[in-house]
Design a protein around this ligand. Structure first.
Ligand code: RAM
Length: 357
């Protein structure tokens, strides 16, 4: 409990700062994207509308058998309980592109009020999500966005730019500014992974990163075994590899497990995005010296409150609308319906024991 409260203050403050930056840079927003947020809603936001009781809020993460997902939806469930709503969790066991479509169709039949979705593919889910919106269901993308034409808002864990920059910064520090690096991603279609990798590629072209060479990008599909094998393959194919950057909690844990019990330990660094509880042993045994993440529970929590605010008419998804997300405080909708949770935290041997998730 005390750990949670320690995390919340900086996260909420960071969200405000991040949104401020987003708003300043958001001059290119066109009316089409503004309209897309409210196309199915059709109404005008009433910030004073009371939050409705009894809302049916369903979560559809990328996949169910992922500890990261469990934490995310756990936060979503806690918020639904605070909101006196009805929580539901459904989802596939694999994160493949079209695996979520049948679940969306069932949620429409069940007349849910809100669907929270971490999209495995931005477009494959679009027709079903728009059917849901036509039926009056509010769609909150979280973690991994759906195309903006088919959801009302997107809960982004941190700015895409900020995450991509942080990943390159950690890789550069670990490589001493020089040498070969490789990326071990999740699935090839994942919106969030691809957005972060795109920022990384841009960062790597900057003069200050000229010494770093990205030699390979591979996909472990957020499957532990495949991620383990892909890490192994990277090290075999690239004998001079200095750093594996894995922006997925599944990938970074699998790569760390491989390296920790191999002759590469101490020679090849692993970094990326991981949960402190999954990564603790690899930080303690010296395999990993730094990685980053946000509090996944807060993403789910914020998604539930955003869904309730949409379903209650407090917001419609347009830039500039504001709502209160329970204990996390006030949030403002940014460009393209994006709501940013806050900046990522960097975990090292010095601070990892302060976190338990
Ligand atoms: C994995 C998933 C998820 C991502 C985290 C960091 O669990 O790919 O979408 O946000 O890692």
């Amino acid at each position: 409990m005390s750990l949670r409260s320690r995390l919340i203050a900086p996260v909420a403050l960071g969200a405000v700062l991040a949104l401020g930056l987003t708003a300043c840079g958001g001059t290119t927003k066109d009316s089409a994207s503004t309209d897309s947020g409210s196309a199915a809603a059709g109404g005008v936001a009433n910030p004073n509308a009371p939050l409705k009781d009894g809302l049916k809020i369903a979560f559809l993460p990328k996949q169910l058998n992922n500890p990261y997902t469990d934490i995310e939806v756990g936060g979503g469930k806690a918020a639904v309980e605070e909101l006196k709503g009805e929580y539901k969790l459904v989802g596939p066991n694999d994160a493949s592109a079209s695996s979520q479509v049948s679940y969306i169709n069932t949620l429409i039949q069940q007349q849910q009020n809100v669907i929270g979705i971490a999209a495995n593919d931005p477009n494959a889910v679009c027709p079903s999500l728009n059917q849901a919106r036509q039926a009056g269901i509010k769609v909150v993308a979280f973690d991994s966005d759906a195309a903006k034409e088919c959801r009302d808002v997107f809960i982004n864990q941190a700015t895409t730019q900020g995450i991509g920059e942080q990943l390159v910064k950690m890789a550069s520090q670990l490589a001493g500014g020089n040498g070969e690096i490789a990326i071990l991603s999740a699935t090839p279609n994942a919106t969030n992974q691809n957005a972060w990798i795109a920022v990384m590629n841009t960062e790597l072209k900057k003069p200050e990163n000229a010494g770093l060479k990205l030699v390979d990008t591979v996909y472990g599909n957020d499957d532990d075994q495949k991620s383990f094998q892909e890490a192994q393959g990277l090290l075999q194919r690239h004998p001079n590899l200095k750093v594996i950057v894995s922006p997925t909690t599944v990938g970074i844990a699998a790569a760390s497990r491989y390296v920790s019990s191999s002759s590469y330990k101490g020679k090849v660094a692993i970094t990326g995005l991981g949960t402190p509880n999954q990564m603790r042993q690899y930080v303690k045994d010296g395999t990993v010296s730094q990685f980053a993440l946000w509090n996944p529970a807060d993403i789910g929590y914020l998604a539930s409150y955003a869904g309730a605010a949409l379903a209650s008419g407090q917001i419609t998804g347009k830039q500039g609308e504001t709502f209160k997300a329970g204990k996390l405080g006030d949030y403002t909708i940014g460009v393209d319906g994006e709501i940013v949770l806050g900046p990522p935290t960097v975990f090292t041997a010095q601070n990892i024991d302060q976190f338990n998730f």
